[in-house]
Ligand binder design. Sequence first.
Ligand code: ZN
Length: 157
Amino acid sequence: MVNKKLTKKQLQEKQLLEDKKFRKHMIIGFSLLLMVAIVVLVFFLYWCDTKFFYRSYSLYGDEIPHNLICMNGNKLEHHESVQFIYNANVFYACSEKCKEHIFRHYDKVAFVADAFSGDTICKSDALIGLKERGKPDIVYFKNMQNLKNYYAAKQEK
Ligand SMILES: [Zn+2]
């Protein structure tokens, strides 16, 4: 047997080496666990922020779904907005407060100028786009042609 031939000192050294290896593995294991925890935290706890950040870039130049914006604040939202009907028009708002504000100041808030043509349009019928890449501000358009013209004109600048 090989083990029996090992002296006490050699055994101790072997033990020490194994301990060292074990500690090394533990450190690697914990580091990995910590990294996984951070990734999970970023993607789940801050999922909305991550998505919001991504959308504020990726949606530039495209039509934005109505349920991602607040028609009172005229901004892209972190969370899905609520739909409601007022004067037979469908609106979206981020909160009850914003919904109320649209009710109370309907004539002012529900209508907006097309960002390209300047025509007055109702927000419920409008196409929505980002004003600038990476920023939450939104602009409204009467139709797809105006939306395309708006972004084409911005590119030329
Ligand atoms: Zn709002």
